[in-house]
Design a protein around this ligand. Structure first.
Ligand code: FAD
Ligand code: SF4
Ligand code: SF4
Ligand code: SF4
Length: 438
């Protein structure tokens, strides 16, 4: 007799808080046994198997786990190479920005994505773009978009991406698909299945955003609580590359400048919103921040030579012939060849090389629970696993829990105590930078 408790399904991902809401598993379950549900304690979308019975019939194949980017992924296989210092396949590196200031300022970085979408649609290479679009409140839904002004810039909180593949299945058109590396991996995994291989030709190319992390929506709720504003909508990158967070509700709309906090308390709020350890648990294990499965990867050109650029510039990796072809069709975009070493220079090395994800393998609090064994750096000496300190672990374990229990005030006090040294250092550095810019 099979022990029901031992039946493996997508629930081991969700029970261990590793779901990053890509939705891939919902499209593969032969028994339509998976649904995306909103978890209002964790404040995020998650996959959930409705019943264990069909999973018993699944006979240990667990198709859902096969496509899950938070399960044991073979990233060496996905990357197609473990060369390039584990940055994946690279045809060319570019830097550039939109020559239309409206598009550039509406974007997070240089406006590449908007200009690429416009150029490919104008050249009739694609019919439409699959991008997220604002739905209601904090919800953004993958949607077919023709009007680029409906595309948001970077949304850093949890997004339910399930609809992206639904769109592909539904209508026989040519699409450019845009998403985070994990979302693009989930699409790629599904397209590789025999069942869906006919959909491959609907995808002209896939564009991934370089991605350090994204967070559960609770961070945004905490930020709104600290800022004493009711939150209906939030945006994170208003007018230029340096973060300005805007919170909007029925009655008001307020902007908070990441670089110019008005008080020490506001500085702590800003840091709490985007702390690299207060992120979705699945992101902590992520080793693919560089979009291994995409044709093109777009990020922020944070390298030294753009340090004085306050509007925004993209760094781009073209990984495939299709990526090169797409980039060759872009209009209205100033583009220059870049160098491979600029990729790491532009990013925190922790993300560029998936160092935090590697470090997660060593920490002990995983206990009896499941954690992903992503196969990537086996036999590689290129990468050093991030060594977690006690304060990092306190953030992951204690502050996140306080957030989820809505004990926002206590969370802020703990965060300030844990991070006081680095917060003061950050404030001094920030002050010096602002004075030197005057
Ligand atoms: C969660 C997150 C983390 C990121 N981390 C980094 C990083 O560490 N380093 C770095 O260099 N760049 C990072 N980026 C990418 C960067 O912010 C820009 O999005 C990227 O450089 C493209 O800029 P752009 O000006 O061409 O396009 P943008 O105007 O920024 O357009 C972005 C497009 O991407 C899509 N999109 C935005 N958010 C999401 C989302 N949550 N899920 C799915 N699709 C989305 C939408 O189609 C949107 O129109 C991150 C982005 C996100 C969303
Ligand atoms: S184990 Fe099989 S039946 Fe159960 S959720 Fe996964 S794919 Fe569906
Ligand atoms: S990460 Fe994606 S595939 Fe994995 S459980 Fe969540 S929705 Fe399903
Ligand atoms: S860090 Fe990795 S898992 Fe998290 S959102 Fe980015 S690509 Fe997805």
């Amino acid at each position: 007799m099979i022990n029901v408790a031992m039946v493996k399904s997508i629930n081991i991902i969700t029970d261990n808080d590793l779901c990053i809401s890509c939705g891939a598993c919902t499209h593969i379950c032969p028994f339509s046994n998976i649904e995306m549900k909103y978890n209002s304690y964790r404040e995020k979308w998650e996959a959930s198997a409705k019943s264990t019975e069909p999973c018993l019939k699944c006979g240990g194949i667990n198709k859902c786990l096969e496509v899950c980017p938070s399960y044991d992924m073979d990233y060496i296989k996905l990357a197609g190479s473990n060369k390039n210092n584990l940055l994946g396949k690279i045809k060319n590196v570019y830097n550039g920005f939109s020559m239309d200031n409206t598009n550039r300022l509406a974007s997070s970085s240089g406006g590449f994505i908007r200009e690429l979408c416009l150029s490919l649609m104008k050249a009739k290479v694609i019919d439409t773009v699959i991008s997220i679009m604002h739905h209601k409140g904090l919800d953004y839904l993958p949607s077919p978009i023709k009007d680029v002004s409906l595309m948001p810039n970077s949304i850093y909180h949890n997004i339910n991406y399930e609809n992206a593949f639904k769109i592909l299945k539904k209508s026989d058109r040519k699409y450019l698909v845009i998403g985070l590396p994990c979302q693009i991996t989930s699409i790629e995994k599904l397209l590789h299945l025999k069942k869906f291989s006919f959909l491959k030709e609907r995808v002209y190319a896939k564009v991934a955003l370089m991605c350090g992390y994204s967070f559960d929506r609770i961070n945004a709720l905490a930020f709104a609580y600290y800022s004493k504003v009711d939150i209906n909508e939030i945006s994170y990158r208003e007018k230029g590359r340096y973060r300005k967070t805007r919170i909007t509700n029925k009655f008001e709309s307020k902007v908070f400048d990441f670089l110019k906090p008005k008080s020490f308390s506001e500085l702590i709020n800003n840091r709490l919103l985007v702390d690299r350890f207060l992120v979705q648990n699945g992101c902590l294990y992520c080793v693919d921040h560089m979009g291994y499965c995409a044709d093109i990867v777009a990020g922020d050109a944070w390298q030294r030579r753009y340090k004085d650029d306050y509007i925004g510039t993209n760094i781009l990796i073209s990984r495939t012939a299709k990526g090169e072809e797409a980039i060759s069709k872009i209009n209205n975009f100033h583009i220059e060849k870049g160098f491979k070493n600029e990729i790491i220079e532009s990013q925190s090395i922790l993300y560029a090389l998936g160092s935090i994800g590697e470090g997660m393998r060593d920490i002990k609090f995983k206990g009896k629970y499941f954690y992903p064994h992503h196969k990537r750096t086996i036999n590689s000496e290129d990468i050093k696993a991030f060594k977690f300190g006690i304060f990092d672990l306190l953030k992951i374990k204690v502050i996140k829990k306080l957030f989820r229990e809505r004990r926002f005030a206590l969370a802020k006090i703990c965060f300030a105590l844990i991070g006081s040294k680095s917060l003061i250092k950050y404030r001094i550095e920030n002050y010096i930078r602002r004075v030197s810019l005057k």
